[in-house]
Write a protein that binds this ligand. Sequence first.
Ligand code: SAM
Ligand code: SF4
Ligand code: SF4
Length: 349
Amino acid sequence: MLETARLDPHPHSHALADARGRVLHDLRISVTDKCNFRCTYCMPEDRYPHDHEFLSRHDLLTFEEIARFTRLAIGMGVSKVRITGGEPLLRKNLPVLIEMLANLPGLGDLALTTNGILLPRFAKSLRDAGLRRVTISLDTLDPAVFASMSGQSTGPDAVLAAIDHAAALGFAPIKINAVVQRGVNEDHVVDLAARFRGTGHIVRFIEYMDVGTCNGWTPDQVVPSRETLARIHARFPVEPLDKNYHGEVAERYRYTDGAGEIGFISSVSEPFCGACTRARLSADGKVFLCLFAADGVDVRTALRNGATDAELAALLEETWRKRDDRYSELRATAARTPAGRVEMYHIGG
Ligand code: SAM
Ligand code: SF4
Ligand code: SF4
């Protein structure tokens, strides 16, 4: 049975610190690089036409490989796992993996991030498999802007229906991720806040990031969170809340009238590298130490070449101990990571 995110079953004796003293705590697992959307900020259609060649089945880690790696990562201090993609619900038989992970002793929190379109089809079996938390991405309630941001003819109504469906099944709290882009959906943030006030769902407004190399990011497309916060506060007054745990990326606020909570993820305007406790496992079995890394450390070869648990654990330990990444803190300086960065859909945010 899973505990809530606030309970960390790992005593600090397991703490594995990187070169900057950051203790491994979260693991984000991408289960596919495919997606049924073509969001302009992640997988733009002109760069990824629908016949684009994604990873082959053989490239993908099997569920057994993912579960084994996760079990070892839990042994090294990981207590939160998030399944992501591409679009994770495109991975065949995903509930089977969820059940395997949900049964791993010591896992405090297991969540999934999805664009929601396939969620009504799979939500019940995911829930039965042990999933308790979902984050659903929704950038705007405006059908035309939704279509242009997601490269999809489906409108926001399908995502809203998925959110209602998940809520009816008992997923809670549901988080709604909204990427805010200057001149695109910055005026829509109050509508999003209004739509989810009082529902128990938590909207998190995310600054548009320069992940990958294909979205054409420029700094002027970023809407600093303080601006989004000011827009919302002017309509629905909010006040700050403490973080739930060290390393939580969102700054939390609550409506002063008691209508719930919202969050802001401000990795451009207020980098949080100093508290970044997250490793990422790509669908093809590479461990990435930063969202902006050029490459990851291959663990698939070791998994497939008969490495023992001790050897795999040593590989993960050595990888994390050397970690020195802090791209967002260096973004504005010449010392930042050079060109050649992993794409967002490859490691899942
Ligand atoms: N396909 C799923 C989805 O969209 O929810 C999961 C994978 S997606 C890469 C994970 C999250 O990353 C989504 O909430 C998405 O909005 C966010 N994201 C993607 N590209 C981004 C960017 N350039 N800046 C900020 N957030 C981004
Ligand atoms: Fe797909 Fe998610 Fe990327 Fe959009 S953000 S293209 S839904 S992986
Ligand atoms: Fe973590 Fe890298 Fe993001 Fe900094 S830039 S918060 S190190 S993922």
